[in-house]
Design a protein. Structure first.
Length: 419
């Protein structure tokens, strides 16, 4: 007999016992972000491939190595989204959100897809929470967004958090700096990895991310972008830091901090957690003021971030466990049709009244049904028989007999403080 089919490598199933913790992450993100005026948005799972090649950058690992692209029936090239910022900017432009009061604040919880080496906490299909603020270049947008992610991670108990911030400046300064950095890399080319050599012309800043020791030695003496920013960019970065200081959010300035997507400019940041070891990144992002123009939109400043749900769950300490979902379990003392009908009606009425309810469906004995109710951590068990409905309240240990199901339900509602 052949083995059952398994999920593709690098993907995973979210099992019932894992879903409640993910729901805690979602509820926390919604509470924090919507309190600051962010509204939920979701974009399609696949987009035109061109959206990512033009925005993320053709020289990035994502575009060159990691995208899942395919031709549809009309021979159009489509790609499973590897990230969500570009699709949200596309939606902002497509739906005329520039006509709304700015900045437009949006948040999402979406799956993404990248063909990369699967490892602990990093998968080929993964889930992100994220926030994007479009239409304002105010440094307060940057600081507020960073602070909101900090609040989410703190509420979820992510331990050992460290925040690094930097600035990539505007396009003119960055272009001048790229030439300086390329000259430095060419002068030390014999010490670089083949990957770093291949990036010299197209994406030299990515050499700062190299894990290769020889390349890191070369980069330790490289010129730093922060030393070559224009005054306007320096002033913007200084105000972001002043606002973070005002709310006493600790951070480290990292002049080598770069992101894996080409659209970033000015402020960039990353949260890491000591709880994750070498692969310590939890979430990060930055400003992308030129992204809309790269996909044929008008100049539209923007700032955003993404945080991996799997990474958060790995780093979270003492994440609050959701309360048991089942409040009432309806047990069957008899198996005749009338008893089953009464029990089914009781369970349906209880759910309509807002009481999470399950009913016996596996043919267990009464003893087995009570064991199952105990596993579900239910407060009430209603035992339905031909003669009556007995209701056991596990909070006070009392068992009461009722003539009909309506009276038993009324008692449950009173016990919950509903009636």
């Amino acid at each position: 007999m052949s083995e059952p089919l398994q999920a593709p490598r690098g993907t995973f199933d979210i099992l019932p016992d894992q879903a409640p913790l993910r729901l805690v992450v979602e509820k926390t993100a919604r509470s924090v972000l919507e309190s600051a005026g962010y509204e939920r948005i979701e974009t399609p799972t696949f987009e035109p491939t061109e959206l990512f090649t033009r925005s993320v950058g053709e020289a990035t690992d994502i575009v060159q190595k990691e995208m899942y692209s395919f031709k549809d029936g009309g021979e159009r090239s489509l790609t499973l989204r590897p990230e969500v910022t570009a699709p949200i900017v596309r939606a902002y432009l497509q739906h005329g959100m520039h006509k709304l009061p700015q900045p437009v604040k949006l948040w999402y919880l979406s799956s993404c897809f990248r063909y990369e080496r699967a490892q602990k906490g990093r998968y080929r299909q993964f889930w992100q929470i994220g926030a994007e603020a479009l239409g304002s270049d105010d440094p307060a947008v940057d600081a507020e967004s960073i602070a909101l992610l900090a609040e989410i991670l703190e509420q979820l108990g992510v331990g050992g958090l460290q925040l690094r911030v930097g600035s990539l400046g505007g396009a003119p300064a960055r272009e001048r700096y790229r030439e300086l950095l390329k000259a430095h890399l060419r002068a030390n080319e014999d010490q670089l990895t083949e990957d770093a050599k291949a990036r010299i012309e197209l994406n030299p800043l990515r050499a700062f991310d190299s894990a290769d020791e020889s390349t890191r030695v070369v980069m330790s003496t490289a010129p730093l972008l922060l030393d070559h920013l224009e005054k306007e960019d320096l002033d913007h970065f200084a105000e972001v830091r002043a606002l973070l200081d005002a709310i006493e959010l600790p951070y480290t300035i990292d002049p080598t901090l770069v992101r894996g997507l080409d659209y970033y400019a000015r402020t960039v940041f990353e949260f890491s957690s000591e709880a994750l070891g070498a692969q310590s990144g939890v979430g990060g992002g930055g400003r992308y003021d030129g992204l809309a123009e790269q996909i044929d939109g008008p100049p539209t400043p923007g700032f955003g971030w993404a945080a991996g749900i799997e990474r958060i769950l790995l780093a979270a300490e003492g994440l609050p466990q959701p309360a048991p979902l089942t409040v009432l379990f309806v047990a069957l003392a008899d198996t005749d049709a009338a008893t089953r009908t009464t029990a089914f009606s009781l369970s349906s009425a209880a759910r309509r009244a807002g009481v999470p309810t399950q009913i016996e469906m596996a043919g267990r004995s009464i003893k087995g049904q009570f064991k199952h109710a105990d596993r579900l951590e239910t407060r009430f068990v209603a035992v339905v028989s031909r003669e009556a409905v007995e209701l056991k309240d596990f909070e006070n240990g009392e068992t009461t007999a009722f003539a009909d199901a309506d009276a038993a339900l009324a008692a449950v509602l009173r016990g919950r403080g509903v009636a």
